[in-house]
Design a protein around this ligand. Structure first.
Ligand code: PMP
Length: 401
C-alpha cells in the first residue's frame, strides 16, 4: 500500500504484503531483507560461539560480534565500543542501571525524577530500587502540548535528586525531549541522567556526547533489528565503578571458591553466552537505517505525521494527542468509541494500529483516557497508508453513528 512514499522502502520488507498498512512500528518494526539475510547467513554459514573458541570459525564470529558493538557505538556517537553493553533490550538496560548503579549509589532520603509520560519499563525498575532503599520518586508533569515540562523540572530539581530518567521520544505521544537541556538541568544539581531512546533511535539522529547524558538505552527490534538484543550505553567511568548485573560465564576475570574477580566492562555486564546472531542482526539494521540516513527518516515520518494529523483533525469526534511535531507517532481518541473497537474496525480495512494503554498507565490517567489508538510510522509507510488510516477512522465514526 505504501507506494508514494518519498523513501518508498516497502519493497525491502518481505513481511509487509501489498495492501497492508502496518502502523505499529512503535511496538516493533518490521524487518528489512538485509537484516533477515544477515541473521540467516550467520546460522547458515558462519555460526559458532564467541570469545572462547580457539578454532577459526569462533574467532571470526567473535570479530563479527565485536564489530556489531563498534557499529552500535558509532551509531550513537559513543567514545568507544567498550561503552556499549549488549542487553536483551531497553527494559533490561534500565533494570541494569537500576540494580547496578542506582541500588549501589543511592541511599535513603535521595530522590529520583521521572516524568508522567514514561513507559512502565522506565518506572517500575526505579520503584523496585526506591522501595528497597527508601528513595522517593518525583514525577514531572507535561506541558499543555504534551511534552515533558522542563521548566517544571528546573523548579522541582533539588540536590537530593541523584538520578533523572526520561523518555527521549514518547512511545504514546511522539514528543521529542530536549535531551541536552534536561541533561544540563540534571547535572546542575549533581544528578545523573538516563535517556530511554527506544523510540528515538529509529526516528532521530542520536549523539550521546552532544546530549551529554550519562546513560542511554534502546532496543534492537524497534530499529528494524531482531528482538532479544538491545544496547545500554554509559559513561566509561560509571561502567567501571558498577558491580556486575548477573553472575556466570564470560563476565569473570578469575573464578575460585575463595574469591572471584570480574572482567572489565562491557564483558562484566554480559554474563552467559550472548545473543550472538542478534548482535549481527542489529549491526545489519544499523547499517540499513544509516544508509537511508536518520535525517531523511525523520523528515519522511514528519510528513506522514502532518498528513495524519490533518486528516484525523478534520473528523469531528477525533481528539488528537501529542505535539504537532511529534516524531513518527500519532495517538488519538474517538469520542464514544473504545480504542479496541477502532483497532478492530481498522484491521478489517487492513490497517494495523495499536490500541491500549501502551505500557503507560500513569500517562493514560493524566490524559483522562482508559486507552488510546496509536498509529506509528516507519520507513515502509507512505501517504497511502495514512489515507487508509483516515478513511478507516471515518468508517469507525459512521459505524458508531
Ligand atoms: N521505552 C519505550 C519508550 C518503549 O516504547 C518501549 C517498548 N514499547 C520500552 C521502553 C521497552 O522496550 P523493550 O520492551 O523492547 O525492552
Amino acid at each position: 500500500m505504501a507506494t508514494a512514499s518519498p523513501l518508498d522502502r516497502v519493497a525491502d520488507f518481505p513481511a509487509i504484503p501489498d495492501g497492508w498498512a502496518y502502523l505499529d512500528t512503535a511496538a516493533t518494526a518490521q524487518k528489512p531483507q538485509a537484516v533477515i539475510d544477515a541473521i540467516t547467513r550467520a546460522y547458515d554459514t558462519s555460526y559458532a560461539t564467541v570469545h572462547r573458541g580457539v578454532y577459526q570459525r569462533s574467532a571470526d564470529m567473535t570479530v563479527a560480534y565485536e564489530k556489531a558493538r563498534e557499529a552500535a557505538a558509532r551509531f550513537i556517537g559513543a567514545g568507544s565500543a567498550n561503552e556499549i553493553v549488549f542487553t536483551r533490550g531497553a527494559t533490561e538496560g534500565i533494570n541494569l542501571v537500576a540494580q547496578c548503579w542506582a541500588a549501589t549509589q543511592l541511599k535513603a532520603g535521595d530522590r529520583i525524577m521521572l516524568s508522567m509520560l514514561e513507559h512502565h519499563s522506565n518506572i517500575v525498575p526505579w520503584q523496585m530500587v526506591a522501595e528497597r532503599l527508601g528513595v522517593a520518586i518525583d514525577v514531572l508533569p507535561l506541558t499543555a502540548d504534551h511534552r515533558i515540562d522542563l521548566d517544571a523540572m528546573e523548579r522541582m530539581l533539588t540536590p537530593a535528586h541523584k538520578l533523572v530518567s526520561l523518555g527521549h521520544v514518547s512511545n504514546v505521544l511522539g514528543s521529542v525531549l530536549d535531551g541536552r537541556r534536561a541533561a544540563d538541568l540534571a547535572h546542575g544539581v549533581g544528578a545523573k541522567i538516563l535517556l530511554d531512546g527506544c523510540q528515538a533511535v529509529p526516528r532521530i539522529a542520536v549523539d550521546v556526547k552532544a546530549l551529554d547524558c550519562d546513560f542511554y538505552v534502546f532496543s534492537g527490534h524497534k530499529l528494524y533489528g531482531p528482538t532479544g538484543i538491545g544496547v545500554l550505553w554509559a559513561r566509561p567511568e560509571l561502567l567501571d565503578a558498577m558491580p556486575p548485573y548477573q553472575g556466570g560465564g564470560s563476565m569473570i576475570d578469575r573464578v575460585s571458591f575463595e574469591k572471584t574477580t570480574y572482567a572489565p566492562p562491557p564483558g562484566r555486564f554480559e554474563a552467559g553466552t550472548p545473543h550472538i546472531v542478534g548482535a549481527l542482526g542489529l549491526h545489519a539494521a544499523i547499517d540499513y537505517v544509516s544508509a537511508i540516513g536518520l535525517d531523511a527518516i525523520h523528515a519522511h515520518e514528519a510528513a506522514l505525521v502532518a498528513q495524519a494529523r490533518e486528516g484525523l483533525s478534520a473528523i469531528n469526534s477525533v481528539r488528537l494527542l501529542g505535539p504537532e511535531d511529534s516524531a513518527g507517532i500519532v495517538s488519538f481518541a474517538v469520542e464514544g468509541v473504545h480504542p479496541h473497537d477502532i483497532g478492530t474496525i481498522l484491521d478489517e480495512s487492513r490497517v494495523a494500529i495499536r490500541a491500549g494503554h501502551h505500557c503507560a498507565q500513569p500517562l493514560m490517567e493524566a490524559l483522562g483516557l482508559p486507552a488510546t489508538a496509536r498509529a506509528s510510522f516507519g520507513v515502509y509507510n507512505g501517504p497511502d497508508d495514512v489515507a487508509a488510516l483516515v478513511d478507516g477512522v471515518r468508517r469507525v465514526t459512521r459505524i458508531f453513528g
